[in-house]
Design a protein around this ligand. Structure first.
Ligand SMILES: Cc1cc2nc3c(=O)[nH]c(=O)nc-3n(C[C@H](O)[C@H](O)[C@H](O)COP(=O)(O)OP(=O)(O)OC[C@H]3O[C@@H](n4cnc5c(N)ncnc54)[C@H](O)[C@@H]3O)c2cc1C
Length: 389
């Protein structure tokens, strides 16, 4: 029996497993190796960079990251610089995931790739592990604590009734790679649109990644049509894209948000997108995933030491302390971004009030109560023997 089973080896799960392994916990990280279903390039914002640094992974991330020249917030012709060169960067999601899983393995976690975590093992209402399938074999894996970090579609969280997606898709994201954009940016641009927002990210060879989030429109609308409909409300941006050609995608994701009212239940803790994802302008996903993984690991440690502890309630408290205020701010920013009057206020504020600029940017700092936990290699707990990885 392992002490902790971590389902999903994305940023949240890999960080959780790494933090636990450093503390001498017998932890198994199982990753299905699913196709991310998105373009594969993601922005590492200042908050995410701080979070990786807090768990001692800054060098692993910067080694595979291409620095960005900065970030501008734009509304029509208005432009506000929110970040300068090198404050954020781009990584290939797959490379990042592989690097983080390798770091977890080096720390002593057992890492199993191509393994799908299925149904939870239940003892009454308490989760005591889960079933694992590798395509040929199905095994029951008992664990004292299970961390569900299997992403926005988390099977574990959904089967336990902990994660919900809205029934009606009101907003969706469409991402595509373009070549031939007029005046391609050197840094990232965030454009406020009438019914959403668009991010333009520079890629090598003059290509750009266009990521548009907005109202879902009528049922059955083709993703590229939806993208063009949303962008059309900004004539400046639309004009720069008019002769550009799609060279990758489109990838459509929706509904954008998923809600987890509680980050777990008896015996199970949620981390990363499995603990809910909110649509924020600047992309807080990675930051919340890394901090959420570290927090879940810290709570799992506490549960191993005090089995009577209600870990999911403790995790809710710590998540609230770690990023409740920032996520509320990010939501407020997104609401402002949805209305012309709010957009004017947002643009005026972002240039002058650092908290608003950070909320747009996804740049809130890693806090002592959040990421900076169990983050340094420490002597294993007494009496715990590591299994070979
Ligand atoms: C279009 C789009 C663009 C984005 N861009 C950004 C961005 O620029 N910056 C940013 O910070 N955030 C961005 N995000 C959000 C960010 O990608 C996520 O918040 C982050 O990846 C969450 O990490 P995670 O570890 O929780 O989940 P994931 O990264 O989704 O990882 C989940 C892992 O679990 C595995 N898995 C799934 N099911 C199972 C199973 N049953 N058993 C075992 N393993 C399983 C998968 O193989 C995967 O490795 C974006 C999201 C989308 C949709």
């Amino acid at each position: 029996m392992v002490e902790v089973l971590v389902a999903g080896g994305g940023p949240a799960g890999a960080v959780a497993a790494l933090v636990l392994a450093r503390r001498g916990v017998r932890v198994l990280l199982a990753d299905a190796g699913l196709d991310p279903g998105v373009p594969g390039t993601i922005t590492v914002g200042p908050g995410a960079l701080a979070a990786f640094s807090a768990v001692g992974l800054a060098s692993e991330v910067t080694a595979v990251m291409r620095p960005l020249a900065g970030l501008d917030l734009r509304r029509g012709p208005r432009r506000i610089s929110l970040a300068g060169p090198g404050e954020m960067g781009l990584v290939a999601a797959r490379t990042l995931g592989e690097g983080l899983r390798q770091a977890a393995a080096r720390a002593g976690a057992q890492v199993r790739e191509g393994v799908h975590v299925g149904d939870p093992l239940l003892d009454g209402a308490v989760v005591r592990g889960a079933t694992l399938t590798d395509g040929t074999r199905r095994v029951r894996l008992p664990a004292a604590v299970t961390i569900a970090a299997d992403g926005r579609g988390s099977m574990l969280a959904r089967s336990l009734g902990l994660l919900h997606h809205p029934r009606v898709m009101r907003r969706r994201a469409v991402v595509a790679r373009f070549a031939g954009m007029v005046d391609p940016p050197a840094g990232k641009e965030l454009h406020l649109l009438r019914e959403g927002w668009a991010a333009v990210t520079p890629l090598p060879d003059g290509e750009v990644l266009l990521h548009v989030v907005g109202s879902a429109g009528r049922e059955g609308e083709a993703p590229l049509h939806a993208m063009r409909r949303l962008v059309a409300s900004d004539p400046h941006l639309a004009a720069r894209l008019v002769v550009a050609e799609v060279v990758g995608g489109p990838w459509a994701v929706g509904p954008v948000e998923a809600m987890a009212p509680r980050p777990g239940g008896p015996g199970v803790l949620l981390a990363g997108d499995a603990a809910g994802c909110v649509e924020t302008l600047g992309g807080h996903g990675l930051h919340v995933a890394v901090c959420g993984g570290a927090l879940a690991a810290r709570v799992a440690l506490a549960v191993l030491e005090r089995p009577e502890l209600a870990g999911h309630l403790e995790l809710a408290r710590r998540r609230h302390a770690a990023f409740g205020a920032e996520l509320r701010m990010a939501r407020a920013v997104r609401l402002m971004a949805g209305r012309p009057a709010g957009q004017r206020v947002l643009v005026a504020l972002a240039g002058h009030v650092p908290a608003v600029g950070r909320a747009v940017l996804g740049g809130f700092a890693a806090r002592a109560s959040g990421c900076t936990v169990a983050d340094r290699p420490a002597s294993p707990r007494q009496g715990r023997v590591q299994e070979p990885s």
